[in-house]
Write a protein that binds this ligand. Sequence first.
Ligand code: HEC
Length: 259
Amino acid sequence: MTEVPDHLLERSRAARARLTGEGGDAPAGDSAAPAGAAVEKAPAAAAPVVAAAPEIEKAPEPVPPFVQAALDRKKVPSWAFFIVLMLPIWAIFYVGTLERPPVEGILTAGEGVYEGCAGCHGAGGGGGSGYALAGGEVAKTFPDAASHIWWVVNGSSDAGTPYGDPAREGGQRIALEFSGAQMPSFAEPLTSIELLEVVYYERVTHGELDADSEELHAIEHLVDHAEDFELPGHFEVGTTIEDIQLFIDMAMADLAGDA
Ligand code: HEC
């Protein structure tokens, strides 16, 4: 007796079922037919999957040379971190050089300090609601630098109080108020150097005094060698005109000795 392989029997049964009973009453073998067809199709469908699988697995194996090169390369050299670290520090120094051009001297410095006075006295020292400083006026009020410095150190105690040179041309000045504010004391907000700078600036620009005068040279000398003259960091409130004159005299004597 010849052995008919099962799968052939299965196929013939399926064929028979298709010829005889398609759409009709389901013959015994009918339910098996689609199942058989599915079984037969399955390997065909599985084939591409099996074929595709090795491709997927193989893909990562050969690393392209450029990828390998990228993997092998040392990414950031260690010194680069140092450069990055130094950048903000460099930036601070760079900005510093931009904001402070080679100190143009005491006049430029004083102009900068005067910005804090301009609100009351006007950008050009025109006076606003108070007396004008400009046009030589401030030098008439304070013929000597020491009394001018003293005024800015101590400010005005009361509106109505006379100040400055009593023999002032046109009468002595009397302290005013600008919208309720008197001349403030700048002993605290300004360093002694800033205070000397702003007074120098006012005397030269508003006071129209000669920057080549002995007194203005002395103030510049005092600012440049503040430590040598043991200038305090701040002039205290209550500092007298005589105290201030002493520093100016020392600087003058030093300049005279140098010459
Ligand atoms: C809050 C307003 C105010 C500010 C800010 C101010 N002052 Fe005055 N200043 C006055 C008043 C008020 C007077 C007295 C009346 C006047 O001069 O009109 C005065 C007077 C003066 C005088 C005398 C002028 C003169 O010839 O009679 C000088 C100098 C002066 N101030 C310098 C300064 C300097 C320097 C600064 C900045 C560091 C400054 N002031 C900031 C209000 C101010």
